[in-house]
Write a protein that binds this ligand. Structure first.
Ligand code: FES
Length: 148
């Protein structure tokens, strides 16, 4: 192997070794759920927010709810045991699909940011995100899609 080939393969390995753990970490952090169609919207089991890590039950901060009937997914953020925020993941600027980044949402198109309650944190977007009322019914979180 000549020097140039050695350096090229070394660089590819270094980039892979650096990027792969970040990709795996971000994949583990986001939990996608298929919301079940209910009378007035969607329902999701509260258990979707729990997971077991090293034998200990922990809570997810948020999940992404998908459904074939939805044009965009819904970011469902757990504020407390009985309070959730459900946000349409469509940017209020020009309609790009938002990305969940922990407790806030970012737009990959022009960089707008929104809080976990859908409030504009950083433009160019000027309008808050569309949000949906939520309620708890037994062990389910109901997302009401009628009013918004
Ligand atoms: S479409 Fe989201 S910031 Fe422009």
């Amino acid at each position: 192997m000549n020097r140039r080939k050695f350096l090229r393969q070394g660089c590819i390995f270094c980039v892979g070794a650096t990027v792969m753990p970040m990709m795996l970490e971000s994949c583990q952090a986001t939990h996608y759920v298929d919301g079940t169609t209910a009378t007035n919207g969607l329902e999701v089991a509260t258990a979707e927010f729990t997971f077991v890590k090293k034998g200990k039950t922990e809570m997810r901060q948020y999940i992404i709810v998908q459904n074939d009937k939805l044009e965009f997914p819904i970011y469902l953020y757990r504020i407390s045991e009985n309070e959730y925020s459900a946000l349409w993941m469509k940017c209020s600027h020009q309609g790009a699909e938002l990305q969940a980044v922990g407790d806030h949402l970012q737009c990959p198109s022009h960089g707008s940011e929104f809080t976990n309650k859908g409030i504009v944190n950083h433009g160019p977007a000027e309008k808050n995100l569309r949000s949906f009322p939520t309620s708890i019914l037994g062990d389910k979180i109901m997302i009401d899609l009628r009013l918004s």
